[in-house]
Write a protein that binds this ligand. Structure first.
Ligand SMILES: [Zn+2]
Length: 61
């Protein structure tokens, strides 16, 4: 397994569905709700999805 450095900055406020980055997506503690498309999920889960997506990007997948 290659080790990939992923910048965690903004992963917690980026919508994994539409890519919208806003601090208002994180108005509720521990919960993510996109102000643009309405996608919502557990904040930790969203962070993990975004980090995984960034890792795939870094691999060129
Ligand atoms: Zn969205």
């Amino acid at each position: 397994m290659p080790v990939i450095y992923v910048d965690p900055k903004e992963t917690s406020k980026t919508c994994p569905k539409c890519g919208n980055v806003s601090r208002y997506n994180r108005k509720i503690q521990g919960w993510f709700k996109c102000v643009k498309c309405g996608y919502q999920s557990d904040a930790d889960r969203v962070g993990a999805i975004n980090i995984a997506a960034k890792a795939l990007d870094a691999l060129g997948a």
